[in-house]
Ligand binder design. Sequence first.
Ligand SMILES: O=C(O)CCC(=O)C(=O)O
Length: 279
Amino acid sequence: MSALLTTEQLAAFARDGFVVLPAFYEPAEVEAVQRGIHSIIALLIEQHSLAIEQTDFAPETFDAGYQALIAHDRALGGVVYDAVKQIPAFIRIVASAKHEAVVRHVRGTNAPAIAAGGYGIRIDNPAEEKFRAGWHQDYPAQLRSLDGLVFWSPLLAMTDELGPVEFCIGSHKDGLAPVRERDSDNPDKTGAYGLTLADEAVRVAKYEKSAPLTEPGDLVLVDFLTLHRSGENRAARSRWSMQMRWFNFAEPTGKKLGWPGAYAAGNDLRAVHPEWVVE
Ligand SMILES: O=C(O)CCC(=O)C(=O)O
């Protein structure tokens, strides 16, 4: 497959630790995922006999009924979250030949790999803190290989109110940052959500920040070592976005460890990399 990133995009990725590739996905690929979400919401409204009016499918309002659903019972939001990552059209994007070609090209590898359990669709609900990702790098939360890549793509047009992801420009060049396994300010955050940078304020202050406003179909390609965090959703609607992670079987650290997964695979960071965990 031909190269999917221009020389300039490749250089921006190497310099900044992330790059936006506009209109990377076909509209039909994204719409198929949105349709899957719309029908899961419909099935739950029917299953629970709720008096929620759901409008017919349209790409801009694919999540119609979701806000009313979680207002009725927040636990149903968790059911939607677990279900949507199993939409076939989503898995087709996760495992697409285009993603494989990007990993080969960007990492110069002949051994690309999909991170099992490392893909999903985030639903960042308005004014919810518990699942908001604080400043982090993906490697400690995902493992697999140090040079892994996140493919991040929104399912609705990002606005400042929706709290777009914020990146520390060039932070990947400073390597792995030590972490604590619990966030003392947010004790209800557990697993990967509980990881906090040991020296967060000082470390993060060093970098300029960028929070790109992307559209459905755009890809943000992110290095596993780039510091980033979720913005705060101050809108009236949930922020839906796809995260799909690939890695490189040939990278020495991952290969030495046997490409373990992290929290989603039942491991914690301390078991694999005690040297990066601070008390
Ligand atoms: O979408 C977000 O809010 C954060 C996503 C993220 O941290 C990631 O994909 O690693």
